[in-house]
Write a protein that binds this ligand. Sequence first.
Ligand code: AMP
Ligand code: GLY
Length: 783
Amino acid sequence: MSSLRILLIGNGGREHALAWKLSQSPRVSTVYAVPGNGGTASCPKVVNVASVSADDYPGLVEFSRLNNVSLVVPGPEAPLVDGIEGFFRQAGIPCFGPSKEAAQLEGSKTFSKDFMRRYNVPTAAYENFANFHDAVKYVDRVSHDVVIKATGLAAGKGVILPKTKQEAKDALKQIMVDKAFGSAGDEVVIEELLVGDELSILTFCDGYTIRSLPPAQDHKRIFDGDQGPNTGGMGCYAPTNIASKDLIERIDKEILEPTILGMRREKQPFRGVLFTGLMITSSGPKVLEYNVRFGDPETQTVLPLLSADTDLAEVMLACSEGYLDNFHLKVEPKFSATVVVAAGGYPGAYAKGTSMTVLSPPSGCHIFHAGTRFAGEQLQSAGGRVIAITSVGDSLRAAVDACYAALSEKVIQFEGMFFRKDIAHRAFRASSTKAMTYAQAGVDIQAGNDFVEKIKKAVGSTKRPGADAEIGGFGGELDLSQCGYPNAPILVGAIDGVGTKLMIAQAMKKHDTVGVDLVAMNVNDLIVQGATPLMFLDYYGCSKLDLPSAAAFVEGVAEGCRQSGCALVGGETAEMPGMYQGEDYDAAGCAVGAVTTGSRLPRRHDMTEGDVLLGLGSVGVHSNGFSLVRRIVQSAGLTYDSQAPWDASKTVGESLLTPTRIYVRSLLPVIADIKGLAHITGGGLIENVPRMLPEALAAEIVYGSWDVPLVFQWLKQAGNVDPTEMCRTFNAGIGMVIAVDASKADSVQQRLSPSEKVYRIGRLVHRSQETGGCAIHSLGLWA
Ligand code: AMP
Ligand code: GLY
């Protein structure tokens, strides 16, 4: 067995974790740590080296030659950005890390942002500025919240998240005019603020093959509850429950693979470890930043999850030498958590040289030193993030608890020590805030269904030729050809109201959109029976007629009728003093359409396993679930005049009043080529999709296969609404579902695409007891 000598550059917790894992390799005889820390000093096979400085690259090459070093592992980004890889390449010594050119992915925000644009890697909207006045003008112009980043390296401090435009301008002045970060502030990137959960992915790469470690979540802020200034990272856990298998696949496909391919296209193949910082937004994963080295504290968290027989030195050599496809990382099916212990005052001024005691940790725990050193025999603090404890357990809870149990048993002690008490809180949060449901908001879908059961008898008694008088479909049907009108089509009628969305219109005194909702709710119900909507009638009830608001309402109804090709043939305005409160009004409407026998939908007999489900994008909440929406808005302390947290360009009320999408004109031309349609109204995807299906089939839908409008992400979070409840109450981003033969799915999708957002959201499968009529997979993404 050849003996491998490794030169490891750096002195943080990351480097201690690397030294710990590298030293377990049977091939490794020595790890030289330059300069190393108190932890590496006491690691088996590791020697701290003080005779050469970490930034003296020719000196490091010389040292490596003298000591027969056969692999160099730079820990931090600075040597990589400086081009250390080139020094060793020239000397013929393998170096685990990217070339100077490839290291620009981290070294220059301008480079990485332009790179992402060139290769369609999803990231926040951004612009570069070298001129202060242009930057200020841009801040004034954009409607989204911004993040300001100094282009050059600024020791992790070059990122500012201003709360107001004024704060943004002040920050620009500090960076660009006052040069708070020196020349790193010559150029800035102004980025769109992304909202969601952050994820760190570490990916080994040899320029072609990628192998990722389990997704981790860092805790950047200094205080519990993610408060206070940014730090290098105060704790971490992995794997994270947000990163489902589907999401990981999506990240590979949409982000990692295009990145690695892009770097080859740039003739700068990426070798080493790529750290991708992601934000999991409601429209999918987006890159916050690339780093060209391991993360700190992510490394301390994820390396202990690698199986004992995974040889890190072999993997690193494979990356540098181009044969990573030989390796699969063996990851234990466990959870890991890391709590960083910092010196009091960090990330501001803090004491160094404080004496420390560190006991050997309980089994399953590891201690990784960061800012420590030995002064003779005495261990002392030497940095802000001083030391960390990592535990591995069968559950995340067990891992986190083990860290805090060890800390409370004082395995680490020094004066002024400080650590966060809530590591992994995002993973646990769903169970901590009280979850809201639609039923609590006063609406019980089950009660509604029970009611339909109760009245079926009365309805049945109205049977006549042409109408079977059965209810439960989207619209009601009457076959005119059986009523003495030979060759006449089937009449289809629908009736509906707007629901408590009206209360928002009334609160906002904006009455011209809910009429569109009223028509939409009805005509979308007609089209799902295959019917062409022909005429509409509306009803408007109030205590006292207010002409301008009633006229605005009817104008909305007319607009909806124009959008769906319906004639507004009649209506009723009822003034009933004392019936409603103040200026309240209620509204209902009825649409009538026609369909020939051969064109009726759904074609349940034609449906088979494997049929494709297409989803048409919704434009927000549409007209269902508003009792819950209003409750969540209220509990979040917002008024309808507040800026919408999910859309900075609108108020809460304006955004919520966006009228329901009318799908009639888009769908009519493809009706002959599809098998079924489901209008997603009350009951959401889960209850509405099965309405078009035969008994034997169920819908299998993959959540995340469409863009979920931000408003749903916000409702979910602000109301802590369970993902299933979200899909039972709201349209969740899909307003209409189409069942189509797999062979026709592409052409139908293409024909609809000019006017609709069309997604392939799932397929039909055999119905079983567990699935029921509609199973939504990957709902965990919403957890
Ligand atoms: P960076 O050094 O670019 O990773 O930024 C450091 C931290 O700032 C990130 O981990 C995020 O917490 C935050 N951040 C950076 N860019 C954005 C953005 N566009 N939207 C939201 N948060 C961001
Ligand atoms: N933990 C974040 C980083 O290493 O950049």
